[in-house]
Design a protein around this ligand. Structure first.
Ligand code: NAD
Length: 429
């Protein structure tokens, strides 16, 4: 059964739910209506190239055998190999993988990265597995989907429930079977086996860069703005600390247990990130605490939801005070909330642009792997900065020329690039 994610709150007038695939198709329809891309191309983009389902037998530590289901969805590769995460989660299913793969297609296209969209995973709760079981499951999964992946075919990366170690096992299993070391089959690996410096902090860095550009675009100085960040993990903490370093006042941050608020600004280095001390935000000594709901509605200039999806809904969109919302998490704003915010003159910078630093540095990792070169962290950060500024300029050009929202403009940029590539290559036979 298709996993449903709530995209409107219960009290929404529409009171509907939407799966990631439905959301991705709706976004495709909206973008298509704003471009001249051929109807035949749009029709092809509604469907994935393929979805592979595999059974993965696992010998448990006690000697018994369980069989798990795994998927790999490949949406479109007109611009290059499929690229996207592998997720270990009890609610993984084929439709969800297709919807998330479509988002990856748009994300890579808006960044002008020569990849298409993929996504996959295993229906399993990783908390129920020992490390040894997780390793055996990952190696067997790598073998089951070996024909579908490869550095010029489809390149997985970490996602929910997987990490650098999972990628290392996957890369090792693939390489053993192919008879040679092939680091470029996955990204997000530990640097010692071909992972890239700067990969971990890249999504937060791109969020910070985009927030900085948005503040400047709306004629504010970063030194004069106040920022609230929901979620203090990889994305939220890295974004908050960079913006703090660049002069902004980070007045509120939170984790799953709640948030801190200090109108004079928090010292972001002293607040422990999720990695440094899981759920440790409230242990920082601050003047005031706020709930996650209150944090979203604070009187700040910039709001960065960087924790989970669907936190800005029809219920609270009317009360959001920030003028600029930069989406650090994937899908934090429901479509109804998006419309309300747009009508209220709020500017929402979409996830497919703002947090795309992750896939961009994954692309840099892949380049380093296939060229057998290692880039310094400084080079990675410099290249990321220029990639983000290029993408920002491309999206801004659509906003300026056509008065589109930032989200619509980003989708138009992505779809035009994919459409042009399909036109140039044609349909075979
Ligand atoms: P993380 O696990 O490092 O951190 C998540 C943070 O959010 C933690 O501080 C946690 O306590 C907090 N949190 C969890 N549930 C919450 C809730 N209900 N309310 C408030 N805070 C909550 O995760 P991350 O890697 O930073 O990812 C955050 C978001 O960014 C996710 O939507 C993810 O899909 C997206 N994203 C991550 C990456 C990446 O490479 N890390 C890339 C692109 C997008």
């Amino acid at each position: 059964m298709t996993q449903k994610q709530t995209t409107h709150s219960e009290s929404d007038s529409e009171s509907t739910t939407e799966s990631p695939l439905e959301t991705a198709r709706r976004q495709l329809r909206t973008a298509a209506s704003r471009t001249d891309v051929d109807d035949g191309v749009i029709e092809r983009l509604k469907h994935p190239t393929r979805v592979v389902e595999v059974s993965i037998p696992l010998e448990r530590d006690d000697g018994s055998v369980d069989v798990f289901t795994g998927y790999r969805a490949q949406h479109d590769d007109v611009r290059g190999p499929y690229k996207g995460g592998l997720r270990y989660h009890p609610e993984v299913n084929a439709d969800e993988c297709v919807g998330l793969a479509m988002w990856m297609t748009w994300k890579c296209a808006v960044m002008d990265i020569p990849f298409g969209g993929g996504k996959g995973g295993i229906v399993v709760d990783p908390k129920d597995l020992s490390d040894d079981e997780k390793e055996r499951l990952t190696r067997r999964f790598a073998e089951e989907i070996r024909d579908e992946v490869g550095p010029s075919r489809d390149i997985p990366a970490p996602d929910m429930g997987t990490d650098a170690q999972t990628m290392a096992w996957f890369m090792d299993a693939y390489s053993m079977q192919e008879g040679e070391t092939i680091p470029g089959v996955v990204t997000g690996k530990p640097p010692v086996i071909g992972g890239s410096y700067g990969r971990e902090e890249a999504p937060g860095r791109s969020v910070a860069i985009v927030a900085r550009e948005a503040v400047e675009y709306y004629d504010e100085r970063l030194e004069d703005v106040s920022i609230a960040v929901q979620g203090y993990g990889s994305v939220g903490a890295n974004a908050a600390r960079l913006l703090d370093e660049w002069g902004a006042d980070i007045v509120a941050v939170s984790d799953v247990n709640g948030g801190l608020y200090d109108p004079d600004g928090l010292d972001t280095r002293d607040v422990p990130s999720h990695k440094e001390e899981p759920e440790g935000v409230l242990r920082y000594d601050s003047s005031k605490t706020v709930s996650n709901e209150e944090l979203l509605e604070l009187d700040v200039d910039v709001l960065i939801p960087a924790a989970i999806g669907n936190v800005i809904t029809a219920d609270n969109a009317d009360r959001i005070q920030a003028d600029i919302i930069v989406e650090g998490a994937n899908g934090p704003t429901t479509s109804t909330a998006d419309t309300i915010l747009h009508e209220r003159g709020k500017h929402v910078i979409p996830d497919i642009l703002a947090n795309a630093g992750g896939v961009t540095v994954s692309y840099f990792e892949w380049l380093q792997d296939i060229n057998r070169r290692t880039w310094s962290k400084e080079r990675v950060n410099d290249e990321l900065e220029s990639a983000m500024l290029d993408a920002w300029a491309d999206v801004k050009a659509e906003v300026d020329a056509r008065g589109l929202s930032w989200r619509d403009a980003a989708y138009v940029v992505a779809l035009n690039r994919i459409g042009e590539a399909k036109e140039a290559r044609g349909l075979w036979p």
